[in-house]
Design a protein around this ligand. Structure first.
Ligand code: 9MR
Length: 394
């Protein structure tokens, strides 16, 4: 090889290594991607892999493994409950920031991004608020003002520290609700009408010009009939399109990703297509609350557990591969990382459900964890390229 050719070859090799963001192997330090965390492997693709954090578990001195994994395995965190209105303002006029502040500090110490969850939702509202509206002591006009003040106060407190805010959560009904035609549901729509959605995004933007502002919902992982009357993905798509046309500063659509192995499951290309349709609106996307639960009919029976572990892993992987395939998909967050701390068994008891996360109750990684890891390791150009984040809309 001539000197010149050799230099060219060396330059190409260096550029390739840089592009893949990998560490070259040496005899003394063989490169082993399986030893890397999900968070580190995700960053090869500029993808944040995150988890929801349960503050009680994080602070439990008898459960140090929770804190260790929350700190080391993920590049992003979400407060599972600590930033909800009932947690922040349990008594009217008195904010309790302790837990939310603690999570933001934890993230900073561990160089993690924070997804803020959640500014406007019909659940986990303070009792003083819902009771006041119910007994008429809080008027509609006052309610709107209380919402404006809440959003402004919370966003302002964490200004510059939150990467993505879930501004509005779960505003749309499901086909099993009454009426079955999809509509704006819940406390806020009932009391303020659907305009609260545009208002909320505008108020959030006014308080933080840099955070990415998301609409977040479940059962929008794939499109269905394409009719917004019964296809929730289409409804959300059309809603966001309408908001953008009105100049509302919405930057992203969060697809929660609460799946169950007992349901018909999606395939990767279906989910990829859904993300692309959202992305075509010009917004970012993210999986924000991924878990895959199973019915536990015969606990301990390996003939049942094996297919459930396998199906759960496949579902986690479908969402990850779809996310990797679409450059607008900025983050992939699991809703709790261990079966020891998961909302699922508390919520679904007839029949009991569980096994929804990527580590078992003893913090041993499950098949789902290994599949996510392989997805991150084996992905790369030309089809999987680094994420492209939008500039926050003014
Ligand atoms: O995981 C959360 C659980 O601890 C709470 O009790 C529950 C109360 O509504 O909310 C859970 O988180 C929800 C999230 O905030 C929004 N999407 C659905 C999640 C699971 O219910």
């Amino acid at each position: 090889m001539t000197h010149r050719r050799w230099i060219t070859a060396a330059a190409v090799a260096v550029a390739t290594v840089a592009a893949l963001n990998t560490v070259p192997a040496t005899a003394s330090r063989p490169y082993d991607p399986t030893a890397q965390s999900l968070g580190a492997l995700g960053l090869r693709h500029k993808l944040h892999v995150g988890t929801a954090v349960d503050m009680a578990a994080l602070n439990d001195a008898n459960d140090p493994e929770y804190r260790r994994l929350a700190a080391s395995e993920f590049s992003s965190v979400t407060a599972e409950n600590a930033m909800k209105w009932e947690s922040l303002e349990p008594t009217r006029g008195t904010y309790d920031w302790a837990a939310a502040d603690q999570l933001v500090e934890f993230a900073k110490r561990n160089r993690q991004s924070v997804r803020g969850h959640v500014l406007v939702w019909h659940n986990q509202l303070p009792a003083w608020l819902t009771a006041g509206v119910a007994d008429g002591s809080i008027s509609k006009q006052e309610l709107r003002e209380l919402l404006r003040r809440h959003i402004t106060t919370v966003v302002n407190r964490y200004k510059g520290k939150i990467w993505q805010w879930d501004v509005v959560n779960e505003a749309v009904s499901d086909p099993w609700d009454t009426p079955s035609t999809l509509h704006y549901k819940g406390f806020w729509a009932q009391n303020l009408g659907p305009d609260y959605i545009a208002d909320a995004f505008r108020w959030a933007r006014a308080a933080d010009p840099r955070a990415l502002l998301f609409y977040n919902d479940y059962n929008i992982e794939a499109f269905g009939s394409g009719n917004p009357a019964d296809d929730k993905s289409q409804f959300v798509h059309d809603m966001v399109k309408g908001l953008l046309a009105q100049g509302v500063p919405i930057d992203g659509i969060g697809s929660q990703g609460h799946l169950g192995t007992q349901y018909g499951n999606y395939d990767t290309l279906q989910v990829t297509a859904a993300l692309k349709r959202f992305a075509a609106l010009g917004v970012a996307t993210a999986f924000t609350e991924v878990d895959v639960r199973s019915e536990l009919t015969e606990p301990g029976d390996s003939a049942e557990i094996n297919p459930r572990l396998q199906a759960s892993a496949a579902n986690f992987s479908v969402l990850m591969k779809a996310c990797l395939a679409v450059r607008s998909c900025l983050s992939y967050t699991v809703w709790g990382f261990s079966d020891r701390h998961s909302w699922v068994p508390e919520w679904f008891d007839d029949p009991p459900q569980g096994m929804a996360t990527i580590y078992d109750e003893n913090y041993q990684p499950k098949r789902a964890y290994h599949e996510l890891k392989s997805d991150l390791i084996f992905a790369g150009p030309p089809y999987v390229l680094p994420r492209v984040a939008p500039r926050p809309r003014g």
